[in-house]
Design a protein around this ligand. Sequence first.
Ligand code: ZN
Length: 77
Amino acid sequence: MTTDPQAPAALRPPTRPGGNWSWILLACPHCGEQHIHGAPRGAQDNGGHRIAHCRDRDRPTGYYVVPATQPTPEDAA
Ligand SMILES: [Zn+2]
């Protein structure tokens, strides 16, 4: 069994009242695209393993969401 890679992501607060926190992957380690995952523990969420959101569903795999040390492009918005 292989070990899934780490996927640096930025933790995002809710964009609307009552909304959910989310993780914005900078770049998927599998397909290079940006994926979004829920952060059920909000500001205290520390990531963890997720099933990959790649469009290529023929590759069921995953990664470990880890807090990113660099800003995402969205930080400039
Ligand atoms: Zn992907």
